[in-house]
Design a protein around this ligand. Sequence first.
Ligand code: ZN
Length: 364
Amino acid sequence: MNDTDAQLDRHAEFEQTIVGRFRGALSDEDRGLMARTFWISDPEALPNLLDRVPARDEVPEIEYRYDVTPPKGKSRPYVRCAHCFRPIHWKGNVARYADGCRLLLGCDCGEKQFGFRWSGREEHFSDRMSRHDLLMRLEGLETALPLLHSFLVMLSEYPGLEGLISLRDELHTKMPELVSLLTRVLHASGGELEITEHIRDVAAEIARDDRQKYAKNPETKPIFISVTKSLGRIAGASFVLEGASPLIDARKLVNACTHLQRRFALVTSRHVLEASALLEEGEAVVRAADGIVSRLEAANKFFGLSNLQAIIQWLRKRMKLTVYTVSQAALARLGEVETVRIERRLIAVPEWSSRKRIGDLLGI
Ligand SMILES: [Zn+2]
């Protein structure tokens, strides 16, 4: 860690995201936008609906959008359209005149009715709606970041990560040839433990015997056929394949999250569009944290008894290697001089109770 990082970390405590800061730093217009509803589910229940488009010069504003398309297998009557003058669409827009009168205009009917001035209204509405969505997502990020940060701090100090590193080192040091065999299988067939066996082809033998029923010297040799089958798939592949230190990775994520919070703390209405990049970065940090947790799970899957048994069976049948054994207690390689053992042990996986909430907040 360099000096700047150390300094930044000292400030990290009081620079933690203060939830609610974001909305407070926005313009009144943006705050209004956040509170605004864009989609409604029951357009026909609105007051002041006109049956047909009135003879006025005014082009109404778009107030809401609706899509009441019923789910597959369900039915629902169409919504009345003021342009078509009958119930004919499920999707459409609610248009509102300055005096409060409203129209329901299905699909493209607003444009058919009002032309290019309506297209401008649609563009404006969509633009407001996407800004609203972005603001809501950013507010979600504001709530998610402290949760994510505290999980990452816990993860970076989690003893299981040391346990994972030492288990992995032990496997690589004690059984390097096994690691390279499994790595090859994982790269070649995604970890499928395939063996080829020669078995008697009884059907072919019967057919042959039938053909040579009257022959003087019938062929009687057994006929064999090659059959490829799988003994299973290597579980916990990332435990074997991934080499980076989960401890260093976790510390990097803490830093990434701290930097993200610091940058988010500067977002105001002026920077909302650029801030969408922070959402992607936040998502990337969450995914990387998922990756570390799943590496811990992968170690346990790899050392699962049935997984090791399948691997050992494959080594015997396919590679003619009989020196490996596994028991409840350990994976071992018998040697002429000494037997190498790796104790089977379960690595505790941290509980990430805020993961679901973070996922909901960030939409991942
Ligand atoms: Zn219509």
